[in-house]
Design a protein around this ligand. Structure first.
Ligand SMILES: [Fe+2]
Ligand SMILES: [Fe+2]
Length: 302
């Protein structure tokens, strides 16, 4: 029947395994329905989301937990439920036995939750050791990208996908030799071709760890509107908006940072260069959104 979705035999949309197992069961608009599985005696917490109006609903299907609420410890078990609405403080809880919880949220949180899995933290650390620039750069590109999406009024879902993709966009640099990454002089064609592989490596590292979207967006962060980018030479609408946003945030941050081979440009110089490439490399609305943000933050003058 049209519109009826029957899911048997643990067929989830996506699943992430860390210290707990989180499975995405269903998603509609901004709402997500998930299954949380914890082993016994695990400390955990419900942390305030950074999305306004986020409601999180928890229904205990199996097992029991203790919620610490101020000085009170509240024991919850099968068929008990609780929900949080715009909490301001972290609520700690721990499992007493193996526990399964049905978890429903009014905003997409799934992609964000597993940013914090150990495996991904290790991936980022690995690229940081390789090239100190990469990590701080990744955080800054994430920051600009999320702000741009906010300025453009994009949906919560795009914002979450973007937050993850932008953070991990250069993680594949951990496979590029240090001598090439940090080379103070001009790169040979061969060396540059090697560096170009990092977006594919990043995408391969993320493949299977996130919904496929993330790895595709990451792969496309060096694509350019006119098809002159890499690795696939995608053009215009073939490039997803998240990748176009990362491209602008990434280029701005790279231009305004000191690198082994050149000194940083000023924000004005970088913005002029980026504006010069509107339509050929970069999307106009995205560039103008970044410019507005930089003006609001007092980094650029009007
Ligand atoms: Fe990159
Ligand atoms: Fe980058």
């Amino acid at each position: 029947m049209d519109g009826l979705f029957i899911c048997k035999d643990k067929k989830y949309i996506d699943q992430v395994r860390g210290t707990s197992i989180l499975s995405l069961l269903a998603r509609k608009d901004d709402m997500e329905i998930m299954l949380y599985e914890f082993t016994a005696e695990r400390p955990n917490s419900i942390t305030p989301g950074n999305t306004a109006g986020l409601m999180e609903f928890y229904y205990i299907l199996e097992g029991s937990i203790i919620i610490e609420e101020g000085s009170k410890s509240i024991r919850m078990q099968k068929d008990d439920y609780f929900y949080v609405n715009n909490i301001k403080e972290t609520v700690p809880f721990r499992t007493l036995t193996d526990t399964k919880i049905l978890y429903i949220t009014s905003q997409p949180v799934y992609n964000l939750l597993y940013t914090y899995t150990d495996e991904l933290r290790n991936l980022l650390d690995k690229s940081e050791q390789k090239d100190a620039y990469t990590y701080k750069h990744s955080k800054r590109v994430q920051d600009y990208s999320v702000k741009i999406a906010g300025k453009l009024g994009l949906s919560g879902e795009i914002n979450y996908t973007l937050a993850l993709a932008s953070l991990f966009h250069d993680v594949g640099k951990c496979f590029i030799p240090d001598e090439i990454l940090n080379k103070p002089s001009k790169l040979s064609d061969e060396e540059f071709n090697y560096i170009k592989k990092h977006s594919t490596y990043s995408s391969e590292l993320l493949h299977g760890k996130f919904v496929e979207d993330i790895s595709k967006i990451v792969e496309a962060h060096h694509e350019r509107l006119d098809g002159s980018g890499y690795p696939k030479g995608l053009k215009g609408d073939e490039i997803r908006i998240e990748a176009k946003i990362i491209a602008v945030a990434d280029s701005y941050d790279a231009m305004t940072s000191n690198r082994a081979y050149r000194n940083a440009w000023t924000p004005e110089e970088a913005m002029n260069e980026i504006k010069h490439c509107i339509g050929t490399f970069y999307d106009k609305d995205i560039v103008l959104a970044l410019e507005k943000i930089l003006i609001e933050e007092g980094i650029l003058t009007k």
